[in-house]
Structure formats: C-alpha cells, structure tokens
Design a protein around this ligand. Sequence first.
Ligand code: HEM
Length: 273
Amino acid sequence: MYSLLSYLPTKKNKWMMEINQEVETILRDMIHQREKAILKGENTRNDLLGILLETNIRESQEAGIKNAMKTEDIIDECKLFYIAGHETTTASLTWALILLSMHPEWQDRAREEVKELFGESKPGYDGLSKLKIVTMILHEVMRLYPPINFLERRAAAEVKVGKVTYPPGAHFMLPFIFLHRDPESWGPDANEFKPERFAEGISKASVQGAFLPFGGGPRVCIGQNFSMLEAKLCLIRILQHFRFELSPAYAHAPYNLVTMQPQYGAQIIIRRC
Ligand code: HEM
C-alpha cells in the first residue's frame, strides 16, 4: 500500500522524484569519471566507491562480461551507504548529546575518561579500544533511542514462530523500541538512562536478542563497527573541548522519521571548557 501511494503524482511525490533524479545524475557523473580514471590506471582506491568500482571492473574483465554490477546498481549502493550510514550515526550522536546534557554526571565521567586517555590530543587507535565509559554511554543511548526503530522481514517459506505457523510471504515487523525497553529483559528501570548496565559488555547487560540497534543475522548492519568508531571519535573531540547543557527551548519529543529524531530539534547550549 505504502509503495503504491509513493507513485501517485502528488506535489510531494513529484518533488521527491525530482530530488532523486538530481542525486542520481550527480552520482552517475561521479561514477563515470571514476571509471575513466581507473581505466587510465590512476589510483582511486582511497574510498569505498573507488574500491567498489575497481573490484567491479577487475571482476567483469576476469569473467569476460561487460559490467558485473550495472551503473544503476552502483548508484543504489551509493544511496544506501549514504542514507544508512549518515542519518543513523547522526541520530545516535544527537541523542548522545541530549542524554549527556540531561545527565551531567555521566558527561563528567565521560570527559574524565577521555582526558585521561587522550588529554587534548587527537585520539589514537590504541586509546579508542580502551574507552569504557563512552562505549557504555553509546550503547545505552542506542538502547533507549535506537536510530532505526524496527526491522522488517518477509518469510521466504512457511515458518513456525512459537505456536503460530505463518505462510510464505508473511510480513514481520520487529520494533526495537519495545525490545529495548522491555522490563522483563532490562528490569523495572528499563526506561531509565543507566549506562552502568553495560559495564560488563552487551552480553551481560540483558538476555540474548534484547539489544538489536544494528539488527541481527546475515543482514546485520555492515557499518556497525565503523559507526561506533565514528561516534566515539566525534564524542571524544566534543568532550575534550566543550561542556553542554539543554536549552530551556528544548522539548523532549522523540519521533520516528526514517530514523528516530527529536521532533522539535536538539537545542543545546555549548560552552568551551
Ligand atoms: C548508529 C549507526 C547505525 C545504526 C543504528 C544502523 C542500523 C542498521 C540496521 C538496524 C540495519 C538493518 C539490519 C538488519 O536488517 O538486520 C542496517 C543495515 C545496513 N547498514 Fe547500518 N546502521 C548504522 C550505521 C551504518 C553505517 C555507518 C553504515 C555504512 C558506512 C551502514 C550501512 C548499512 C548497510 C549498507 C545496511 C544494509 C545491509 C544489508 O541489508 O545487507 N550503517 N543498519
């Protein structure tokens, strides 16, 4: 039903289609430029698109076919990586700043850890793996405000879940928000911000399958380690230089707009420290 509605020629749909076409034109040009550079022997392997295109060209040549992956497939990959990779990490960092503003004691503990490990310098790889408090905080943020709210799956064949048998094609939705706040899995304080529950890692914080911000199984988020690293780096740099608190203009209203967003924005007062 939803996909049918998106094809109707409404003002909003037309606007979205125009934006989509513009994005695809930019990406198509970029891909063709890169492909030309690769064929000329120039080094383009310094990012994901470069690696993808070089692998595609090499594998197509080895298999003796024109394009193992068509330009349209590569455009789709670029859009997927941009949307899946950007919006999600942005949302988790936004909620991290909001929650650390609401809980200044955790903000102080995170800053202390960061200063102890890195002082004022740029974080190095060794120190990043030693971060404990910041990792606990990020997990707790994603438990309470998972950037992606639910997973969808369609049954490829008849499947039995518990006592119910579902036919092939049955559509399943798994809302993380309920799993992540279920008192049976997390205890009576499930709705409270308590990063200490992750002190001994994810597996000891609750029961198996109760914490799924990156999904699970064969389609688990491919960018989960990268995004944790990215979020830690950003948070470290912010904590090293700034203190932050919520502005009186902030109204707490989480809502779901592809990713979980603060509906009226995240008004935060930031001061140098
Ligand atoms: C806080 C950050 C992120 C969260 C919460 C998140 C969450 C998710 C979730 C829930 C899924 C669906 C998994 C499933 O179906 O089981 C997913 C898939 C995916 N994510 Fe992420 N993600 C994040 C960051 C990233 C980043 C940084 C990238 C890329 C650099 C990325 C790339 C992808 C891709 C390509 C898929 C599709 C994988 C597939 O279907 O095989 N994500 N992500």
